[in-house]
Design a protein around this ligand. Structure first.
Ligand code: FES
Ligand code: FES
Length: 150
């Protein structure tokens, strides 16, 4: 059975008929075509690669049904930079070489974008605790932590 939803992603409106069981991550990638949001753990909620913001709160979009986002605002990694200007966090990831393959990066950026609003001057311990839901197979996290501290 299909349900009509209206979801705002990066300030664009997407009104669609979708299956009730469609996951938000699949709506973002397959309906909206925003493939910066990744799937890293076959929808088990453990890797964090699918992290987006729902009403400015970081959430794992593989654990949310798209119908639950009806009428709400989503921000994906494509919505961070405005007018081609990277955010301070994105610039810091570049400056500190905080990514290798980059598969985890969109999810970490979306999680840490919210985290830094709540913790504007975090300790390393707070950053590492904040990153607990985002897995990175490449970097060993040291450069990621440096970028977030910066
Ligand atoms: Fe959502 Fe891994 S794909 S947490
Ligand atoms: Fe490759 Fe994090 S940079 S998984």
């Amino acid at each position: 059975m299909d349900t009509k939803v209206k979801i705002f992603i990066n300030d664009e409106e997407y009104t669609e008929y979708i299956p009730n069981r469609m996951l938000l991550v699949d709506f973002i990638r397959d309906v909206a075509g925003l493939t910066g949001t990744h799937i890293g753990c076959t929808y088990e909620g453990v890797c964090g690669a699918c992290t987006v913001q729902l009403n400015e709160q970081a959430i794992k979009s593989c654990l949310v049904l798209a119908v639950q986002a009806d009428g709400h605002s989503i921000t994906t990694v494509e919505g961070l930079a405005k007018g081609g200007v990277l955010t301070s966090l994105q610039k810091a990831f570049n400056d500190h070489h905080a990514l290798q393959c980059g598969y985890c990066t969109p999810g970490i950026l979306m999680n840490m974008d919210e985290f830094l609003k709540e913790h504007p001057n975090p300790t390393e311990e707070e950053i590492r605790h904040g990153l607990v839901g985002n897995l990175c197979r490449c970097t060993g996290y040291a450069h990621i932590v440096d970028a977030i501290r910066d």
